[in-house]
Design a protein around this ligand. Sequence first.
Ligand code: SF4
Ligand code: FES
Length: 144
Amino acid sequence: MEEQRKITKKYSNGEVTVVWQPHLCIHSTICFRGLPNVFDPRKRPWITPENADSEVIMKQIDSCPSGALTYMRANIDQENAIIDNETIVETTQNGPLLVYGNISIKDSSGNLTKKHKVTALCRCGASKNKPFCDGSHLNVNFEG
Ligand code: SF4
Ligand code: FES
């Protein structure tokens, strides 16, 4: 994958500020499938938070599996958001396994990582950051 510069962009509707870190995006397409009025990669700017209620935008951003999208509002950040107790695992077409909820992951060296919200786990075998998805499934044209 092309090395992307680690830039951060912000888009605000005056109430909520959407924070976008393109180098973290794993191209799950969840954001623009879920809220195309606000997230449209064919447009510039591609994020227009003035096109939806802030609550709706925040809910959509909570589904971003990579952390590429986050938000800030009135000194409340996503770390303080209420998290559902149930853990849900979803298989995405030609992409990663998405795990919704609080999880702890131990890698082969015994290092423990705690994740919350949505975590994308590699299903294609090509990720350079296993067990996490890094978007490599697109490079290897993973099907499954
Ligand atoms: S990883 Fe996040 S920002 Fe990238 S396409 Fe998926 S939902 Fe959108
Ligand atoms: S599923 Fe995304 S890198 Fe393997």
